[in-house]
Design a protein. Sequence first.
Length: 493
Amino acid sequence: MRPVRAFAAALIVLASAAPAHAAPAPAAPAPAAGAFSQATLTRARAARDAGLRDDAGYDALRELCTQVGPRLAGSPGDARAVAWGLETMKRMGFSNVRAETVTVPRWERGECHVEITAPWPQPLVACALGGSVATPEEGVEAEVVAAGSIDELKALGEARVRGRIVFFRGHMERARTGMGYGAAVTVRGRGASEAAKLGAVGVLIRSIGTDSNRDPHTGAMRYDSTGTRIAALSLSAPDADLLDRQIASGKAVRLRMRNTSRSAGVAVSAKVIGEFPGRGAGAGIVVVGGHLDSWDLGQGAHDDGAGCVIMLAAAKHAAAAGPPRHTIRVVLFANEEFGLSGARGYATRHEAELARHVVAMESDLGAFDVWGLETGFGPGRETLVTPLMSVLAPVCTEYVGNGTRGGADTGPLTSRGVPALQLATDARPYFDLHHSANDTFDKVDVALLRENIAGYAALIVMAASGDVDFGRLPPAAATPVATPVATPAATPR
Ligand SMILES: [Zn+2]
């Protein structure tokens, strides 16, 4: 999960910062959006209802979590997941099933130990952030200095930081939209490099998560290309609380941390692609997907095994409701978590056919309650929202707005103009589990999984009908979105 929606929010900020007296540019008349036929609406309801009774998605997810499990990019689990994806697509009746190879960075977790050595010694539960280097073999021991954010760290200055271990103590807000993620995740990505600039010898963050389990949440971090690289670890929430309480005593708190993670070159992974072909030479492409890779601590059940099986099952029900005009293409993306290799690779490899991509959809927020619809249509497409909402009514009733730019994997498509459709799901339970050892199959509720499948099955039928034109998005960063986003949210994935 990645904070892509922050981009849309940034566009809105830019828009509101424009001088109030500036005359609006004359809008070119938008081409007609068209209208959905009665036959399309009937097929969409049939696909939706089939989705509400679906077993294929839950069965496939059970199999993925049981027979493959963790599948960090470039690991043996990742290779097994690709084989699973190919086999599952064939079994579900997809055509043109293939793997498109992509080079991914490899990283090995190793072992991680953290303990408070003074004033009151206690072991802490922590894990390395993805991409972290090792500590020196003997570990590091130093006094801790706490900061709530990177700005707070900078305000402390080198005199307070040099030779110390920095603890980023900020809490992530628990919100239905997931908006707390974008704000909280900055310290995970950049905290180590910022702390190293001030002379820190190691970094610990409070897990970017919203649970109170003693399970740390991992996730990608990155180093500046120049500068010292120090180990970056994540503490479980109760351990971050413990550290906070010892610091609050006013006594100097010392920590020992030892970590053996390492980068291990590159490996070959693959995106897995399958289709239900459209009709005729002019058929467009409706691309839908999730990411096949996962972090290594759990089973990747919600992140993002769920997204993969939701789209596989939804596409199957959409095709079963009647032959689509446009090709329905499911992409199980590679290495979303540790560099977006599959997303970038897809946009580059399929550049020549992007003009034929009529819409992109991505599921990467787990199989939780669907509460709304978000669109990312070109200008003048407002009339399409009402029929979409009417078909979705048994699944969700809120229209979020026209501000989505897809998720992490479809972002490279929407930034090249491909419109987006996305169901909004409850992010609260998602961030309890996300990137932790607790992201396991038993946490998946079959009724909620079916709700997601049903919603996407209906959307796919309507998008692949060829009845309407969703327009094109303006090139990234050039123009503010047409409709304000009702709930500006970081798209966490
Ligand atoms: Zn994800």
